[in-house]
Write a protein that binds this ligand. Structure first.
Ligand code: NI
Length: 185
């Protein structure tokens, strides 16, 4: 089932997400719905707060960007209660977008590689070293679990330039090709 994507301005995107308990009801169905929602919106990652649930769960499938970023080939993950064990000192700045901020693209500096520990949908624990654009996707999605979005740290000038777009997202007048839930609608 395709779920509505909560847009910038929705309070759930500003909450610190809670740990997922092993007995979380209908977790597999939720994961399936999140993948369906993400694919429908042509996204490569989606965090649970973006579908209105303040829990530490995210889904990723980097395969659509494999031509530009070969490290994303087959990089499909469900991450439950993820935590960073390491982030490289080396950072890379690249343009990003977010399904909760349609039409907005800004350069974000992130660690080039990370080591992350998480559980999958079978509740198996993983520790994984992730590099390049795949590491960027993981960091972007994990940021959603802390109540932040990728434009929080952009410069005052860039923020001013995006003001009109941000207001239209909040008001729900933004053009969006997928089912979305704006705070103003
Ligand atoms: Ni996002």
């Amino acid at each position: 089932m395709i779920l509505p994507v909560y847009l910038y301005g929705q309070p759930v995107l500003r909450q610190e997400a809670k740990e997922v308990p092993e007995d979380y009801p209908e977790l597999r169905q939720l994961v399936a719905n999140m993948f369906e929602t993400m694919y429908n919106a042509d996204g490569v990652g989606l965090a649970a707060p973006q579908v209105g649930l303040s829990i530490r769960l995210l889904v990723i499938d980097g395969d659509p960007v494999k031509d530009d970023y070969p490290e994303c080939k087959g990089f499909k993950r469900v991450m439950i209660n993820p935590e960073f064990l390491e982030r490289s000192e080396e950072e890379v700045a690249l343009e990003e977008g977010c399904l909760s901020l349609p039409g907005i693209h800004e350069k974000v500096s992130r660690a080039k590689s990370v080591r992350v520990r998480y559980r999958d949908e079978n509740w198996e624990e993983h520790e994984e070293f992730i590099d390049g654009y795949a590491a960027r996707i993981v960091q972007h999605e994990c940021e959603h679990l802390t109540g932040h979005v990728f434009i929080d740290d952009i410069s005052a000038i860039r923020r001013q330039l995006n003001k009109g777009k941000l207001n239209s997202i909040i008001k729900g007048t933004v053009r969006c090709s997928y089912r979305a839930k704006a705070v103003g609608k």
